[in-house]
Design a protein around this ligand. Sequence first.
Ligand code: DGY
Length: 320
Amino acid sequence: MKVFATRIIPAAGLELLEKAGHTVTQWTENKEMTVEERIAYCKDHDALLFAGGRKIDRPLLENCRHMKVVSLLSVGYDNVDLKAATELGIQITNTPGVLSNATADTAFLLMLSAARKAFFHHKRILNGEWNFSTPTANLGVDVEGKTLGVWGLGNIGYVMAQRCKAAFGMDIIYHNRRRNEKAEKDLQARYVSFDELLQQSDVLSVHVNLTAETRDKFNMEVFRKMKPTAIFINAARGGIHNEPDLAAAIEQGIIWGAGLDVTNPEPMQPDNPLLQMPTVAVLPHIGSATQETRNAMARVAAENIIAALAGKPVLNPVNH
Ligand code: DGY
């Protein structure tokens, strides 16, 4: 059967699909498809491997109604109109688990980068400012022994907490829809209310999905409840924080800094004030972007397609 991939996909996934006898067409151009191109490709294929691009909305899904599966090369699915997909009988799948380590590593990298003003110091070098310095100039802060607050202690949040505990002996507190017994036992993580999480965290790392409930959750009212020394980390979805409020909170000393792998909107514009702040580190949504992880994700995405096209249960159903 014919599979359309919206980007060039990692070799591991391509090989699996071809070995299963499917023909894969990849979008190889270095620009977004037009709406017309998307529709034409979808109409002509039996499955879609969504590896990036515009939203998977109802108009697109209507042109995919003949497809058994739309397989996402991501764990997040906030870009998909799930209601429309379900109504149209299209199976949506994702790639949870295999990207937890890499994404948690990105959160960890951002935590240290913000704490040590790493991106700011890198800019100083680029600007030829590696000059006379004093023992009190441009200091960062330690994270050793501090409190990590995790909002959303699922797969990725767990690995972030594990890394922080092992590397820096950080105390772990968390707020979640459900208690995480494994984290409580293995990491001595303490369950706290959302407000306690805000009040007690030295580093607050967000690992929830973007939903109507979590959208814009970190706004000025919430930042005001945090410590003035707190570092806010978001490697989940940019829509979870209000970006002008975040910039204002750091500017006004309401919180200390932030590490963002996701922004709102994406891409972040180069003139965004956050990019000029010494205690802020921003990355362009590279959470899962390692060779090993992207190959693992491509394998899972391919296996979901292979199962669906063979009429078998998929590994990672998102809707039904
Ligand atoms: C994911 O897998 O959801 C990553 O954030 C890429 O979108």
